[in-house]
Design a protein around this ligand. Sequence first.
Ligand code: B16
Ligand code: MG
Length: 217
Amino acid sequence: MNPATGPIKAWIFDLDGVIVSTDEYHYLGWKRLADEEGVDFDRHVNERLRGVSRMESLGILLEKSPRAYTSDEKTALATRKNGYYKELLLTRLRPEDILPGVLSLLRQLRVRGIKLAIGSSSRNSPTILERIGLAGYFDAEADGNHITRSKPDPEVFLLAARKLGLQPADCLVVEDAAAGVEAAVAGGMPVLAVGSAGSDPRATLRAADLQLVARLF
Ligand code: B16
Ligand code: MG
């Protein structure tokens, strides 16, 4: 059977903005850094950071910086923001923060024998899964610690498929970011776009949120 027309055998979930709203904590961390450095930063610019790596996010934030930074200074800035972000993860993040519909959807997919994986750009992915009570839940995890090229490169999703032992075309990616939708398409994978990417024309399927998707089962 042509894998591109065969049944979907796995769902690969982006983490931030799909499983849990850590995107708000990223925003607060970057906003604190930007304010301290005197850089204009708002939620509109923050939308461009969805799904892209920590250093690429910093590069976008510094586009409006009044001064230039050396490479060492940039590394220090990214480390500082990550400290602010981790502080929020460790003090605020709870299992109750899992987005509506997610647990119901995961359970229903499991019952149907569908494999489940994480495909996230975040190096904090293991901490986040631990905090929300989903450590060890997924059949495979691929995150920012395992890759060299961030979304929109497909590396993280291709790695997740490989860890599952499946062809990319047999895995449905679930994404909330334009960079993630682009990555899935580049990897030859069907993609369900939700949330901020919910109207992305490149997506195979689109939905406002996973609560709606869970109700389809
Ligand atoms: P970290 P995802 C991404 O997670 C975030 O959307 C993005 O805003 C962040 O810059 C990136 O992870 C790296 O995160 O600084 O924790 O390594 O959406 O791919 O799950
Ligand atoms: Mg995301």
